[in-house]
Design a protein around this ligand. Structure first.
Ligand SMILES: Nc1ncnc2c1ncn2[C@@H]1O[C@H](COP(=O)(O)OP(=O)(O)OP(=O)(O)O)[C@@H](O)[C@H]1O
Length: 591
C-alpha cells in the first residue's frame, strides 16, 4: 500500500539532493555518462550474441557450410564480445568511482551542516537531548543516506537507461515476446512498493533506537569507575543487553522486510523466464523466431533482470534514506530562538557592570529556576553568589552569557540588554570557569590557548603560572605538549580546574565567572589560586559561585539566593551580624 507519507519521503530526498549534492553535480554527470556507456556496451553485447546465433544457425542449418572453426566472423564476433565486456567493466568502474566521489563530498556537506546548526543553534537544544542521539545522527543516519545516494547514483541512471535500451533491443528482436514480458514484470512491483513504505517507518524507529544504544554505551564507559565501585556490572550488563535486544528486534524487522523484496522479484523473474522460453519454443517451431533471436533475447533478459531488480529494491533503500534525510532536516531546520536581533549592537570592551532586573526564568522542560531575581555588580567588583543547591546560581551565569533568555525582566551588561547585543561580542567580554572544566582531547597548551586564539607561548605560560598550573604541567613528560585526554581524563580534577582557570585568565575578559572553579583544589592550591585570582580580578567584575563559604569570604559583596531570588545581600561581616540565611549556611558548614 502506498501511504500519503511516500511523497514526503521523496520530497526530503529531493531537498537533500538540492541542498548538498547538487554542488557536486559534475561528478555525477561524468558518472551518468559512464552509466550510459555501460548500458550501450550491454546493448551491443546482446546484439552481437543475436548476430552470433543467426550466423551459427545459418552455418549449421546448411549441411554444405564450412566447419565451425573455419569462418573469419567467429574471430570477429569473439573479439567484439571481449571488447564490449572490457568497455562495460571499465565504464562500470569509472561510474562507481565518480559517483562515490560525488556522494562522499555531498555527505561531508550534510554532516557539516548538521554540526554547524547544532553548534550555532540554541544551547538548550544540545543540553536537552542525550549525546548518543546526536552521535547516531552523524554516523547511522549518514550511513543510510550514503546507501541511498550511492544506489541512486549508481543504479538509477544505469538501470533506467539499461532497461529502456534493452527493451528497445528486445522489441527489435521480437516485439510480441517483449509485450509478454512487459505484462509479466509490473505485477511484481506492487508488493515491492508496499514493502518500501513499511521499511521506511521501521527504519526511522530503528535509527532512533540506535541513538539510545549509543547513549547507553557512552554513558556506560564514561562511568566505568562508578560501575566498578558500586558493583553495578550486572545492572549495566542487563541494561546494555536490553538495548542490544531491542535494537536487534527492530533491525530484524527491517531486514526481514528488505529480504522479502528479492524473492518476490526472483519468483516474478523465474515465472517470466519460463513463460518466455515456452513462448519462444512455440514461435521457433512456427519459424517466426530464429536461434539468434532467442540468444539475443535471453542475453538481453539476463542483463535487464538485475537492473529491474535493482530498480525494484531502490524504493526500499530510498525510504530508509528518506527517513534519515527527515532526521537531518529536523536538525538543520530547527528554529534558533537565541539569535542576534537584526539591529543588535556590538558590545565593545565592557567596563563590566552587570544588572539583573526582576528576572524570571524556567528551563524548556518547565523547571522554574529564577523567580524575580534582582542584583547589580559594579565594574571591578567581586560578588559571590551563595545558596542551597538548586537555588538558581548557575542559571544566573547561563542567562548572563545569554545561553537562554529571561521570561520577564532583563539582564544587562554595561546598561545594554543582553538580547540587544551581538552574542559573540557579549561572550568575548566573559571568561567562564565552570564545574565541568571542559578540556578537549588536545595538548594542554592548546587547551589553554582556546581562551584567546592567537596568544603567544609566553602569554600561555604566564596564564598557567597565575593559575598555579605551570609547575605540574612542566613536570609532565611532554610538558605543555602533553595530551589532556578525552574530557581531560589524563589530569586530576584539581589539575583540570587549574588548566581551565589558566584559559580564563588568558582570555583577559572584563567579566570573570567562576562556578565552583576551585572546588577540586586542596587547601594549599586553593589559597595560591585565590591569591592569583585576587590579583587577576583586579579591575574585572567577578562573579563567584562556591559552596565552600571560606572561598567567598573575601568577596566585596555576597548575594544569598533561595528559590530563584536574592534573599540577602552584604559583606561577610554584615551578613554574619544580621543572623539571616547566610549565617545559617555558615553555621551549617562549620558544624
Ligand atoms: N538544563 C536544565 N534543564 C532543566 N532544568 C534545569 C537545567 N539546569 C538546571 N535546572 C534546574 O533549575 C534549577 C536551578 O538550577 P541551578 O543549576 O541554577 O542551581 P544551582 O543553585 O546552581 O545548584 P547547584 O549549587 O547544585 O549547582 C534547579 O531546579 C535545576 O534542577
Amino acid at each position: 500500500m502506498v501511504t500519503a507519507e511516500a511523497p514526503r519521503q521523496t520530497g526530503s530526498l529531493r531537498r537533500l539532493f538540492a541542498a548538498y549534492f547538487r554542488p557536486h553535480l559534475g561528478w555525477f554527470a561524468v558518472g551518468t555518462l559512464m552509466a550510459l556507456l555501460t548500458s550501450l556496451s550491454a546493448m551491443g553485447y546482446s546484439l552481437v550474441l543475436k548476430e552470433l546465433g543467426d550466423r551459427l544457425q545459418a552455418n549449421f542449418g546448411d549441411e554444405a557450410a564450412a566447419p565451425i572453426a573455419g569462418p573469419d566472423w567467429i574471430w570477429w564476433i569473439g573479439g567484439a564480445i571481449v571488447a564490449l565486456s572490457c568497455a562495460r567493466a571499465l565504464t562500470l568502474y569509472l561510474m562507481t568511482v565518480f559517483n562515490n566521489t560525488g556522494v562522499q563530498r555531498g555527505l561531508v556537506s550534510v554532516q557539516s551542516s548538521q554540526f554547524d546548526s547544532l553548534t550555532d543553534g540554541d544551547y538548550a537544544r544540545v543540553a536537552a537531548d542525550a549525546s548518543g542521539d546526536f552521535v547516531s545522527r552523524f554516523i547511522n543516519d549518514v550511513n543510510a543516506i550514503r546507501d541511498a545516494a550511492l544506489r541512486f547514483a549508481n543504479n538509477f541512471t544505469k538501470s533506467t537507461i539499461t532497461v529502456i535500451g534493452m527493451f528497445g533491443v528486445m522489441i527489435v528482436i521480437d516485439w510480441q515476446l517483449t509485450l509478454l514480458l512487459l505484462v509479466a514484470y509490473p505485477i511484481a512491483f506492487g508488493p515491492v512498493i508496499g514493502l518500501g513504505n513499511r521499511i521506511r517507518k521501521r527504519s526511522k524507529q530503528a535509527q532512533k533506537q540506535v541513538g539510545q544504544v549509543t547513549s547507553l554505551l557512552s554513558e556506560g564507559f564514561q562511568s566505568a569507575r562508578v560501575v566498578k565501585a558500586y558493583g553495578l556490572e550486572p545492572y549495566q550488563k542487563s541494561r546494555a543487553r536490553q538495548g542490544f535486544k531491542e535494537r536487534s528486534k527492530l533491525f530484524l524487522k527491517v531486514l526481514t522486510d528488505r529480504a522479502a523484496v528479492d524473492p518476490i522479484l526472483e519468483v516474478a523473474g523465474g515465472a517470466a523466464l519460463a513463460g518466455i522460453l515456452g513462448f519462444a519454443a512455440w514461435r521457433m517451431s512456427e519459424g517466426a523466431m530464429t536461434l539468434g533471436d532467442l540468444l539475443g533475447f535471453i542475453a538481453a533478459l539476463g542483463i535487464v533482470s538485475p537492473e529491474l531488480r535493482a530498480l525494484g529494491t531502490l524504493n526500499a533503500v530510498a525510504q530508509e534514506g528518506g527517513a534519515a534525510a527527515d532526521r537531518v532536516f529536523e536538525i538543520v531546520d530547527a528554529t534558533t530562538h537565541i539569535a542576534d536581533a537584526p539591529d543588535a549592537e556590538r558590545l565593545t570592551r565592557a567596563s563590566g557592570q552587570i544588572e539583573f532586573d526582576a528576572v524570571t526564568f524556567a528551563y524548556p522542560d518547565g523547571t522554574r529556576a529564577l523567580n524575580g531575581l534582582s542584583f547589580k555588580a559594579a565594574p571591578g567588583e567581586t560578588v559571590a553568589i551563595v545558596g542551597p543547591s538548586g537555588a538558581g546560581k548557575s542559571t544566573v551565569f547561563n542567562l548572563l552569557m545569554r545561553l537562554y533568555d529571561a521570561e520577564t525582566g532583563s539582564v544587562r551588561v554595561d546598561g545594554h540588554d543582553v538580547r540587544r547585543v551581538i552574542g559573540n561580542t557579549l561572550r568575548a567580554n566573559i571568561g567562564l570557569v565552570a564545574q565541568d572544566s571542559a578540556l578537549f582531547d588536545d595538548t594542554i597548551q592548546n587547551n589553554i590557548a582556546l581562551g584567546r586564539l592567537g596568544a603567544t607561548n609566553a602569554e600561555i605560560e604566564a596564564a598557567a603560572k597565575a593559575a598555579n598550573a605551570h609547575e605540574f604541567i612542566s613536570a609532565m613528560p611532554e610538558g605543555y605538549q602533553s595530551p589532556a585526554g578525552e574530557m581531560g581524563r589524563n589530569l586530576s580534577g584539581g589539575q583540570r580546574q587549574r588548566v581551565a582557570l589558566a584559559r580564563a585568565i588568558l582570555r583577559g575578559a572584563p567579566i570573570l565567572l567562576l562556578d565552583e572553579a576551585t572546588s577540586a583544589l586542596d587547601a594549599e592550591s586553593e589559597a595560591k589560586v585565590q591569591a592569583a585570582l585576587a590579583e587577576f580580578s583586579r579591575g574585572r567584575t567577578t562573579l563567584i559561585i562556591a559552596h565552600r563559604l571560606s572561598t567567598v569570604r573575601a568577596a566585596d559583596r555576597i548575594i544569598v539566593m533561595e528559590d530563584g531570588r536574592a534573599v540577602e545581600e552584604g559583606t561577610h561581616d554584615t551578613l554574619m551580624a544580621s543572623s539571616g540565611a547566610y549565617k545559617r549556611l555558615v553555621e551549617l558548614q562549620l558544624s
